[in-house]
Every structure is written in C-alpha cells, then in structure tokens.
Write a new protein. Structure first.
Length: 537
C-alpha cells in the first residue's frame, strides 16, 4: 500500500496562479472585444466624440495585444511574475489612455482599472499588488493634471481621481489579503484531503487483515466498503460488490435478508432494544451478524461484522471453560487442606484398628482420598499451564526413556506396547514436563481402553523430511469413541468411568496449546488414534 503525499506547495501555488492568469487573459480579451465592438457599432463617434478614429485605433491595438497575451497565457515559462507585471502595466496604460480619450465614460473606464487591480493583486505577491495600485494612482493623477494644465479642461475633477486612486489601493490590499487566506484554506483543504485519502487506505488495509467479514453501509444502506472475508463467508462475488459500490446500490439489491436484519436493528434504537448478536442462516452454514453504528444515529449507517457461527459458539465455550477452570482451581486449593486432614486421620485409624471389616471401609476412604487428591493435582497443574519452560528436546532418546518408564510404572508387557521411532532423530521446542504429562495421559488412556493383547497400544512418531511439523500418535485397538461423546471428549470432567477424573484429555490439549502444538483424535476401524502435531526445530 502506497500512501498519498502532500504536493509541493510552491509547485501547487504556481499551478494555481497559472490558472488564474489564464482567466485574467480571457477577461482582458472579453473587455477589449466589447469596447471595440461598441466603438465600431455605435454611431456619432462611438465612445469618443472628440477623437473617434484614434480611439478605434487604440482599441484595435488593445484587442490585438489582448489576443496575443491570451495565447501566451497557455505557454508555461519560468518568469511568471515578470509576465504578470508586464500584462498588468499594459492594462493600466491602455485603461489610462482610454480614460483620456473617452469623453463621457471616464467613471466606467475607471471601474475597469479597479477590476484590473483586483485580478492582478489576487494572483501576485503583496508588494506587487501595491506596485500596481501605485502605478494606476500615479497615472490617474497625471492624466487629470494633463487635462487641467495642458488641455485647460474645465470639467476635470481631482476629487474623483483621488477617490479612484484610494479605491485602487484599497482593492489591491483587500484582494491580496483575500488571496492569502484563500491560499491558506486551499492548502489546508489539500492536506486534509491527503489525510482522508490515507486514512481510507489504512482503514481498507486493516479491514482486509481482519479475521471476520466486514461490510460498511452508509445512509439508506448504500454499500461503501467490504473485505474479502465477507465474500468468503457470505458467498457473494467480489465483482458483484465492487459494481454495487461503484453504482451506489443499496444492500437490499444483493442481500435482502441481511438488509431486513439491518433495518430491524436500526428500528430497535427507538424502543431501546439491543440486537448486537444475530444468527443468520445460509443454506450451507450459519453466520453470526453484529451491527455497529458509525454515528450516534443507527439510520446513518453501520459496520456489519460477519463471522462463522460455529466459531462464535467455540469462543463462548472457551470462555465458559476458562471461567470453570479458574473456579475449580480455587475450589481445589480450598479442598486440599481438609483433605490432608482426612487422609492423616484415616491413616491413624488404620494403624489402631485390626477389624477386617473396618479396615476395608478405611481402605475405601483412602482410595477415594487419593482419587480426590489426584483431581486436585490435575486442576492445579491445569491452572499453571501457561507457565511453560520450553527447551530443545531430541525426541528419540526422550520418547525411549518415557516408554521404558511408563511400562515399568504401569506394569505393562513390552509386547503389548509398541514404540515406533523415525530413523533420523528430530528435535522439538517444548516444555519437557508438559510433553511428558501429555504422553502419559494419552498412553494411560489408551492402555485403559485397549484389549491388552500384543501390539494393542502403539506410540509412533511420524516425521516427513520436507515437512516443518511432526506427528506423535498414540493408537489403541479399543472399542473406539461413541459418536455422542466425540464433541465433548476434550471437555473437563467428561468421563465414562466411575474411577476417572475426566481431566486427562482436557489437560493434555491445554498443555499442547500452551506450547504451540495441536492435539486431535480420529476413529479408525478399530480403536482410536490421538495425534499431537508439533513444529520441528
């Protein structure tokens, strides 16, 4: 993504001035054309009764020069200010000459002088604006002095000349001040335009990187923007949405059901109802729809977030499990102290009692105390799953040592438990204590459900040379997993046995995810396969 940059202000200012000087040239040509046409078409001497022929020649020359200057205005050259000053001085000179020649129209021609000063001052720098006003004022006063002292004119009026000179200075200053403010405003508008364009690009980039689908609609549900995740989730085509945005179509033209939900959400503002999470069903999937207003009024537009409904349910489920985990950890910590007292008292009773019936009852208490204590250990260990101490582990020697230890502790015949290792040793980055507990839980679970024949339980490591990941599989030949249990298999306290805690598989998956691995299962023709997918070092 390439952001917009501010144009060079001097270049932009020069370009703006060149546009204005073109307008100035066209104005001059129009004035010259009107004056020349009036002089030619009017009877009785035209605009000048005293010297009609000289006036016509002057206007012809002024028209010709105006035409030439209009052509030069479209030619770019470096000496812009010199060109403008030359044109302004020519205009002032011809207007002074016309004021001298015109008998009854000096006031009207004087207004042309003011307009010329305004144009030139708007385009030029401040000191040049005062220069143009000075030239015009000196010329006006000299023309009046010539009429009085040379021509001995009776109707010459210094008061009008002075007022016209003051008007030239006033309009020059006002025009230049206005021009500076306009330049500042235009520059600020340009900067804001660039900022808005860049912000729009950044917003578009952010929405494209969002995992959820995003659709932005404006007033009257006009489509404004979308990301590719929205098309992937809803099934709408990119071309359809792009054309709809270009043609400023409403959401109802593409997704009438979604438009209806948006309308209901917007109308719910009046009665205070909230509809922030809505289930939206498609033929092949369910989506979760959330609306977020882009202003205080919901009718002004909204941002529509679209996500897979199964992911919404999964996230909600994970939140519940996390809350349950914290609760059980607190309960387990509180239970541990009285449980220790029960265990100690039970041991004292066993030492002082010789009655076989009573000893049997005390042994039942002892077994259940150990079971509860194991549950507490599992829960507390689960609460510390994020405290990983990852290190590089060579799998072949580590798994071999685990295999030997597991067979010894669980008293398993080596013929019933098969170990399959790759020829080339591989390394993983994992918490040693966590990987040991994951394998122990999986293997113990597999041994509990297998048929305990030769090769009933298999621990295999599969690693492809080209793959960045490896699979550690625990395979048993048991009865498999019932379909009604599959979706709840990794939930805490989910067990099918009276003596089980229901935490083994849940803890195994949590520890795997804490180390960046993934634990999943599949059902074979006979038995179950648990697969731990780990990235290799």
């Amino acid at each position: 993504m390439q952001l917009e940059t501010l144009p060079n202000f001097n270049d932009w200012l020069t370009s703006s001035k060149r546009r204005n000087i073109k307008l100035f040239s066209l104005y001059r040509l129009a004035v010259a054309s009107i004056l020349l046409s009036t002089q030619i078409l009017m009877k009785g001497g035209g605009l000048s009764l005293a010297q009609p022929i000289l006036t016509t020649k002057v206007l012809l020359i002024y028209f010709a020069i105006s035409f030439i200057l209009a052509g030069f205005a479209w030619i770019e050259h470096a000496k812009f200010q010199l060109s403008l000053t030359t044109q302004a001085v020519i205009d002032i000179g011809f207007i002074l000459l016309m004021m001298h020649l015109f008998d009854q129209n000096q006031t009207a021609v004087g207004l042309l002088m003011v307009i010329t000063i305004v144009f030139a001052s708007l385009i030029s720098d401040g000191r040049y604006a005062l220069f143009y006003a000075s030239i015009a004022s000196i010329g006006i006063l000299l023309e009046q002095s010539y009429n009085i002292y040379i021509k001995q004119a009776i109707n010459s009026n210094y008061t009008n000349a002075v007022l016209l000179s003051v008007a030239c200075f006033a309009t020059a200053w006002l025009a230049h001040t206005l021009a500076r403010r306009m330049q500042t405003s235009e520059r600020l508008a340009t900067e804001r335009g660039v900022d808005i364009a860049n912000l729009a690009k950044i917003n578009a980039l952010i929405t494209q990187e969002m995992p959820n689908g995003v659709l932005v609609v404006g007033e009257f549900q006009r489509l404004n923007h979308y990301n590719h995740q929205f098309t992937a989730l809803t099934g709408l085509m990119d071309m359809q949405l792009s054309e709809a945005i270009a043609q400023k179509k409403s959401l109802a033209t593409l997704a009438p059901e979604l438009s209806k939900l948006l309308s209901q959400w917007a109308e719910s503002e009046a009665d205070g109802k909230q509809a922030d999470a809505i289930k939206f069903s498609l033929p092949d999937r369910d989506l979760g729809i959330r609306f977020l207003p882009i202003s205080q009024s919901r009718t002004s537009g909204a941002i529509i977030f679209v996500e897979d409904w199964s992911q919404v349910q999964t996230q909600a489920h994970q939140v519940k499990l996390a809350a349950l985990g914290r609760l059980t950890a607190n309960i387990a910590h509180e239970i541990r102290n009285p449980l220790s007292a029960i265990s100690h008292a039970n041991q004292l009773l066993q030492e002082d009692n010789s009655d076989p019936g009573m000893l049997r009852m005390l042994q039942i208490i002892s077994d259940n105390v150990q079971r509860v204590d194991q549950i507490i250990k599992d829960v507390l260990e689960l609460n510390r799953r994020d405290r990983t101490n990852q290190e590089s582990i060579q799998l072949n020697p580590f798994v071999t040592e685990f295999y030997q230890q597991f067979c010894a502790v669980e008293k398993i015949d080596a013929s019933a438990f098969t170990l399959k290792l790759p020829k080339e040793d591989v390394a993983i980055f994992f918490d040693r204590r966590h990987i040991n507990q994951i394998l122990w839980n999986l293997c113990k679970n597999g041994w509990r459900h297998c048929q305990k024949n030769k090769g009933s339980l298999v621990l295999a490591i599969k690693s492809g040379r080209q793959s960045q990941f490896l699979n550690m599989q625990v395979i048993d030949d048991g009865a498999g997993i019932a379909p009604n249990i599959e979706s709840h298999l990794f939930e805490p306290f989910m067990t099918t046995e009276k003596t089980g805690t229901g935490l083994g598989l849940y803890i195994a998956r949590e520890l795997a995810e804490a180390n960046g691995a993934k634990l999943d299962f599949s059902t074979a023709n006979t038995g179950t396969v648990f697969t731990l997918n780990i990235k290799k070092v």
